[in-house]
Design a protein around this ligand. Structure first.
Ligand code: 7RM
Length: 655
């Protein structure tokens, strides 16, 4: 990696400390307190995690050893016995939280319900008993292919209750993608719904399951449990398919939580890698429970009065860790939303904030950019004064979008937590603590206590201030990926072999580049394959995108490197324009000049292509790999199964 000073490229000097009021009421209310926790975790990790595990979770049996680290294999709380479903439900029932709202669900079209901890516990026990009745035993895998309805969370908690690892497959995935995952996980049962509501349409989930299972497509699957949601026409296959509302009637609401070994397989979640076949990321029980619990508690400064809303889908890790398990383990009120902004109701998210008095709102930069595009009038027409903390996740956030979020949604009073983490890390790795950390727009700031993060070169040597490098984690942490399901070799190859410290140490690396500024703040630049090398200069695609988006005409921009004989790579930008602008050669020149002005001549795009839409995965990440192919004039190579809308590709080619 070349050693270029990027400080001159991204000039971001604004800092936003928490207000003294906010800090005074926060669990971690100063940088000194953060530093104290950080140092304690660094000098005595086993003491730090052991004390937290003891204090924050319920254990049926205590562990013998906090950590057994045989790199790259970690075992946490060795010999300890606990149950995640118990920690999320049962232990709250003996407190005043018994009748507190656990899940608030806002559905489509206009449906809603609230489940208290006692009610949720009852439903989870019933479903767990139905699973048992359908032959699911401890250790058997269960596929969950659901819309955003309470039964999705209920199914997850029912799995963890009986020790049956789940594999949630995002409801937007196709039958083919579903099949691949069910086959790899060898799922015995699939939980699904007749359909789900999505932007005024019905997603025919059960039909996709039928397709996936047709011709013995996933031979391990013995039964399908179907929740009635949309009442669209579906076929029920005798002996295989069962309605949840039929079996629920006679199911007992008594189902003791199975004591699980701390290292028992908790769930598998598939995530795309650099090659075609998705990886089954494996998480285990004790470490995941503790880490998602404590990150939720500290990063969102949880109070019992909070109404917490994470807009992710439970099909992604963000939904697992920060809609279901982290919040419920803390006894918080977690809001689940089935809807999405759409032309018929572009302000619906702000209606939900107002309706329930949401206090913590956690979403993705891509959503924020969409809000910006829809205009300030929508949020301004609602009462958002209940909000006290905002969060973002999923990709680096452009300072422009950050500032808009801060000003328009946060009313300039809400700390923004920009959380960097991955499916593989289970929970937040780099994040501000809202009562302590002065934030900088676009920076995920500092590591969570217990996380030893660094930026290094290929030999594992730390790079200098403001030099780009590989973002690594040098010590194990409780919720780290344990293996790739059924492919230990791929686990070792993917995460532990790119960076090779000479002294034989093991550094975790999952593909992001970053730099650290003079104040020690981490700036994640995106996937390493998203970082361009222009005339020997490292340049984050995101930095150029931020520059473009800061121009009034630009709604969204995606930048890739295009191979260039002279420069190595040159900047190629795909740009969508705000509604009242038209693409023209004059505007292209203006934008190029704008980038030069914002960053410098090395970032001047060699080409700008206007487009109506950008290719995105269903979770909203721009698929730069496809854009790189298109920019280079190549055929689009590799897996496109995660692309939200395939017609986008033709539009971009025509461009
Ligand atoms: C939670 C999640 C992981 C990748 C990761 C990064 C990118 C996520 C941020 C971010 C910059 C952030 N899991 N990423 N959060 N980049 N700042 N705050 O998204 O497995 O689906 O993706 O997402 O590249 O490696 S994920």
């Amino acid at each position: 990696m070349s050693e270029t000073n990027i400080e001159s490229i991204l000039q971001e000097h604004r800092t936003f400390p928490p207000s003294s009021d906010f800090a005074a009421n926060a669990t971690i209310g100063s940088m000194e307190k953060y530093q104290e926790l950080y140092n304690k975790a660094a000098t005595d990790p086993e003491g730090f995690w052991g004390e937290l595990a003891e204090k924050e979770l319920h254990w049926f049996e205590k562990w013998e050893k906090v950590l057994d680290w045989q790199p790259p294999s970690a075992q946490w709380f060795v010999g300890g016995k606990l149950n995640l479903s118990y920690n999320c439900l049962d232990r709250h029932l003996t407190t005043w939280r018994k009748n507190k709202a656990a899940l608030i669900w806002e559905g489509e079209p206009g449906d809603s319900c609230t489940l208290t901890y006692a009610q949720l516990h009852r439903q989870v026990c019933k479903m767990a008993n139905v699973f048992k009745q359908l032959g699911v035993k401890k250790g058997d895998r269960v596929g969950i292919y659901m819309p955003m309805i309470p039964e999705a969370a209920i199914a997850m908690l029912a799995c963890t209750r009986i020790g049956a690892p789940h594999s949630v497959i995002f409801g937007g995935f196709s039958a083919e993608a579903l099949k691949t995952r069910l086959v790899d996980a060898e799922a015995k049962l699939v939980v699904t719904a007749d359909g789900g509501f999505r932007k005024d349409k019905i997603v025919p989930l059960k039909i996709a399951v039928d397709e996936a299972l047709a011709d013995n497509g996933a031979p391990s699957v013995e039964n399908v449990l179907v929740v009635q949601r949309t009442k669209n026409e579906i076929q029920m296959q005798e002996g295989r398919d069962h309605w949840w509302h039929d079996l629920e009637k006679d199911a007992s609401a008594n189902c003791p939580a199975e004591p699980m070994d701390s290292e028992d397989l908790l769930f598998i979640l598939y995530t795309s890698g650099t090659t075609g076949k998705p990886k089954g990321v494996v998480h285990t029980t004790g470490g995941y429970n503790l880490y998602t619990h404590i990150t939720t508690k500290w990063t969102f400064d949880l109070k019992d009065t909070d109404v917490y809303w994470c807009t992710a889908d439970v099909g992604w890790i963000t939904g697992h860790s920060y809609i279901v398990y982290g919040p419920l383990s803390n006894g918080a009120t977690s809001l689940m939303y089935e809807g999405a902004p759409r032309p018929s109701n572009p302000g619906c998210l702000w209606d939900v904030v107002e309706k329930y008095g949401v206090t913590i709102f956690y979403t993705a930069p891509t959503a924020i950019r969409a809000f910006i595009k829809m205009g300030e009038d929508l949020p301004k027409a609602r009462d958002l004064s209940s909000l006290r903390i905002l969060g973002t996740v999923g990709e680096p956030i452009n300072p422009e979008a950050w500032m808009w979020y801060h000003r328009v949604i946060g009313g300039e009073k809400c700390p923004i937590v920009d959380t960097w983490w991955q499916t593989e890390t289970g929970g937040f790795m780099l994040t501000p603590l809202p009562g302590a950390t002065p934030t900088k727009p676009g920076s995920a700031t500092f590591p969570f206590p217990g996380i030893v993060a660094d930026i290094v070169d290929l030999d594992g040597n730390p790079v200098g201030e403001n030099e780009g490098g590989y973002l690594v984690v040098k010590q194990p942490w409780p919720s780290m990926i344990r293996t790739v399901y059924g492919d230990e070799a791929r686990f070792r190859r993917t995460y532990w072999e790119h960076i090779k410290p000479k002294n034989g140490q093991h550094f975790y690396f999952a593909g992001d580049g970053a730099r650290r500024d003079a104040d020690g703040y981490f700036w994640v630049m995106g996937r390493v394959d998203d970082v361009m090398n222009v005339s020997g200069h490292r340049l984050g695609t995101m930095e150029v995108e931020s520059a473009l988006v800061s121009h009034p005409s630009v709604a969204e921009a995606a930048v890739v490197g295009r191979p260039n004989a002279l420069k190595g790579e040159e900047v190629f930008a795909f740009v969508t324009l705000e509604g009242n602008y038209q693409g023209s050669d004059a505007l292209k020149s203006e934008l190029m000049q704008h980038v030069v002005q914002e960053i410098g001549a090395i970032a001047r795009p060699g080409e700008i292509r206007f487009t109506d839409v950008l290719p995105k995965t269903r979770s909203g990440k721009i698929m730069r790999r496809l854009l790189r192919n298109l920019a280079a004039g190549e055929e689009v190579a590799g897996d496109t199964s995660t692309l939200e809308d395939r017609s986008v590709l033709d539009q971009l080619r025509e461009g």
